[in-house]
Design a binder for this molecule. Structure first.
Ligand SMILES: [Zn+2]
Length: 224
């Protein structure tokens, strides 16, 4: 039978229930006896166990993907050890894949007809594309946005990084593990407004130091 798979990219901001959707999909596959494998880049292995866990409490075992993992070979080995092709691969945190690994997944789709669904973030806390997400936008067959809403009602676009005081952070490494940082998904406008507000607050003490020369007020309007 001729199999034709697809490479999917489902992207959203933080908190848009991407992992919950992945796990729900896995659950549905189990109900219908469809074989699948979960995978996840091993960026934060503090948990120790190889599971994909959602805040809503479901979890599934996953295969770790390391930065130097060749996904084409890894998946071929999975086929060999199971003695059958796998129809679906569900990849969480796909933004952390390298461009090369996305290419390897696309070869799995093209050579074996499996479906690969990648869930991930579009951009980092500076609003720039992640490497894996960029490559997925470039070559995925199907791209869907998983939408979520900012407090103001607009669609969230930015994954803002917050410091311990809740201030928006503009500098730092793209991936920060184990720090005090938290993230909040906001719309573009709120992100801009909050940064402007933050900058003007930081600049306020300077205004106190500026002494206004009363002579400035006396300038004739003709100089305009
Ligand atoms: Zn907003």
């Amino acid at each position: 039978m001729y199999r034709k798979g697809k490479l999917y990219f489902r992207y959203g901001t933080m908190g848009s229930a991407k992992t919950a959707l992945l796990l729900t999909t896995a659950y549905n596959f189990e109900e219908r006896h469809i074989n699948y494998v979960c995978m996840k880049p091993a960026v934060d292995t503090r948990e120790g166990s190889n599971v994909i866990r959602s805040r809503i409490g479901i979890e599934r075992e996953c295969t770790w993907i390391y930065p130097d993992t060749d996904l084409y070979h890894t998946i071929r080995n999975i086929f060999r050890s199971r003695g059958e092709l796998i129809d679906w691969f569900l990849v969480d945190e796909a933004q952390f894949l390298t461009a090369r690994q996305v290419d390897q997944l696309s070869r799995v789709v093209d050579d074996y007809g499996s479906n690969v669904v990648c869930y991930g973030l579009r951009t980092d806390f500076k609003s720039h594309l992640f490497e894996g997400s960029r490559r997925l936008f470039e070559i995925a067959d199907t791209i869907d946005e998983i939408k979520s809403t900012c407090n103001c009602g607009h669609k969230t676009i930015i994954n803002a990084r917050l410091d311990a005081n809740g201030g928006i952070v503009d500098e730092g490494a793209q991936v920060m593990i184990g720090g005090d940082e938290r993230y909040v998904a906001v719309c573009r406008k709120c992100w801009r407004n909050r940064r402007i507000e933050q900058m003007s607050r930081a600049a306020l003490p300077l205004f106190d130091e500026i002494s206004i020369d009363p002579a400035d007020d006396a300038q004739p309007e003709s100089v305009l």
